[in-house]
Write a protein that binds this ligand. Sequence first.
Ligand code: SF4
Ligand code: SF4
Length: 158
Amino acid sequence: MAELVSIREAVAARAEGMIAARGDWPCRKGCDDCCRRLASVPLVSAVEWAGIREALDGLPVAVAEAARERIRLSAVGERPFTCPLLERASGACLVYAARPVECRTYGFYVERDRVLGCERIEAVAGEVSSVVWGNHDGVAADLQALGEAAPLHAWVDA
Ligand code: SF4
Ligand code: SF4
């Protein structure tokens, strides 16, 4: 768990630094396009899933069970995916405090040759020189050290 907290803190520091450097950064509360247009259902390790499960257990029973059922159904869905952990009406993440690290990097990190995020991020990516993007390959390596990652539906009834 300490390792996961450390990764989360590093990602949060990077995101906060970018927002501080540019106050109009597109990622903000209420912006949920990325959660509605995922290339794949989030991949999480056992330690990340433990936090998500705990967060689900803290929700009203009907809300949690509906989310669990969406997770099960996501095993047979097609891309782009709407995240099963998204509260669709409000656009809020049901497990925000426990959301995967993968989600925390959207809009702030880059892989070798592509920005991770949405069209809004792509639109500003080329014009920004005052921020330092996060290195997604580094985070991916740190996450790998936490254990094997699997899609949410692989954990939901495990
Ligand atoms: S990555 Fe795009 S859709 Fe997601 S929060 Fe940032 S600006 Fe909004
Ligand atoms: S886990 Fe939460 S933040 Fe991540 S894609 Fe799903 S709804 Fe969005």
